[in-house]
Design a protein around this ligand. Structure first.
Ligand code: AMP
Length: 398
């Protein structure tokens, strides 16, 4: 079975074509600047093709992707008919779409009703679905939601302590994001340990440009750091993570910022970039920190501490811990962040092997805790696209 996985952003469209029988990625790529010019980067194995073109909308972009996938020179299939199903990454499934779902008119209608709480990611995801339905009629489409892993979180953990009407009338609550990644790495951990996931208490740390930490009890997410939006929780590349909400209203009053400006500051100018003044990329910040830049050092200490606080809190909520997993750009690659975040947690049974952690092998699943550590610490590379393809295959075969 061949499955095309799509991830539509406001001006971008990422794609991967999987052969599910061999688990191979046949081709993948990225369309950018949709609606404002257009570029396509297409990869088939080690071969890379790049073009500057005119991508007026997501339908035009998808049409070009399908042409490339079928082209004599860069293609991997003879015709679009070889694609058995399409899996769409969808950030938000609201309260109703609690698991990966076949895309129907009713699903699209519901997603349209929740655009107000998902204004950035909702419209492009819907555009991607409509483009597929138009260009590949009859091919089953499946939506995989980042929020659905959090469907079982209990109300006392997802309701915010503000007047209850804001939940009832405005759907203001914790939704959680990155669920597909947290689900993938926790499942992968259980497989690797040869254990039933139902027996495991795990904390998964997805640390990338956006970061979140999730508590997984028996394969079920019971709490997570991202909330109503991906703004809450850990200090991120350019997002603040959790702060006292009064900081926002205070700055609006004293500096005269309007809501849009404040959102822009909290989303694009805060986090590691805002603190360090250097970059949102840990590699650049560490370079500066090692050269004596105090603000760069402060930013990295703050990141590590916010991870540590969540590990402590979630160990308490889980009432114990079997494993701690690091994944995504920072989680998989930044040994210094992992070391700082795990430092001083031996009371909880978390003991990092500093040598293994420092000499980790890039891109590989590996254990980095000390041999006697009560809690195993693992690096597990995430693969959200493959998880989406697996869900799509399962639903199509139901
Ligand atoms: P992601 O969103 O998962 O692609 O992660 C992107 C972030 O991972 C970058 O902004 C970097 O901060 C971080 N990152 C990627 N590679 C490395 C590396 N080799 N060392 C440290 N941080 C890295």
């Amino acid at each position: 079975m061949k499955i095309l996985v799509l991830n539509a952003g406001s001006s971008s469209l990422k794609y991967q074509l999987f052969d599910m029988d061999t688990k191979d990625v046949l081709a993948k790529g990225l369309c950018e600047r949709i609606g404002d010019g257009g570029t396509v980067t297409h990869k088939k194995g080690s071969e890379k093709y790049y073009e500057e073109t005119n991508l007026t909308d997501h339908t035009v972009a998808l049409s070009r992707v399908l042409e490339l996938l079928c082209s004599k020179e860069y293609g991997v299939i003879a015709s679009v008919e070889e694609i058995d199903a399409v899996g769409h990454r969808v950030a938000h499934g609201g309260e109703q779409l609690k698991k990966s779902s076949k895309i129907t008119e009713a699903v699209i209608k519901y997603l349209e009703t929740i655009v107000p709480i998902n204004p950035l990611h909702g419209p492009p995801a819907i555009a991607g679905m409509k483009a597929c339905i138009g260009l590949m009629p009859g091919v089953p489409q499946v939506a995989v939601f980042d929020t659905s892993f959090y469907s079982d979180i209990e109300d006392f953990r997802y309701i915010y302590p503000v007047p209850y009407e804001f939940y009832e009338e405005d759907r203001v609550r914790r939704y959680g994001f990155h669920g597909t990644s947290h689900r993938f790495v926790s499942t992968e951990l259980a497989k690797t340990l040869g254990k039933d996931i139902k027996e495991l208490k795990v904390i998964t740390c997805h640390l990338g440009n956006g970061s979140s930490v999730t508590a997984v009890d028996g394969g079920v997410a019971i709490d997570t750091s991202m909330g109503f939006t991906p703004q809450e929780g850990i200090v991120m590349g350019t997002r603040s993570g959790s702060i006292d909400p009064t900081v926002v209203t205070y700055l609006m009053k004293t500096k005269g910022y309007i809501a849009q400006e404040m959102e822009n500051i909290l989303n694009k100018k805060s986090g590691l970039l805002g603190i360090s003044g250097v970059s949102n990329d840990c590699r650049n910040i560490w370079e500066e920190a090692h050269a004596g830049n105090k603000r760069a050092e402060l930013a990295m200490k703050m990141l590590a501490n916010s991870i540590k606080k969540h590990i402590g809190a979630y160990t308490a909520e889980l009432n114990g811990l079997d494993a701690l997993v690091f994944t995504a750009g920072i989680g998989e690659n930044d040994y210094e962040v992992r070391e700082l975040a795990c430092d001083g947690l031996s009371y909880l049974g978390i003991e990092l092997d500093k040598e293994k952690n420092k000499n980790f092998k890039r891109g590989e699943k590996q254990k980095i805790s000390k041999d006697g550590s009560k809690v195993e610490i693992w690096i597990i590379p995430t693969d959200e696209e493959y998880m989406i393809a697996l869900d799509t295959e399962k639903i199509v075969n139901e």
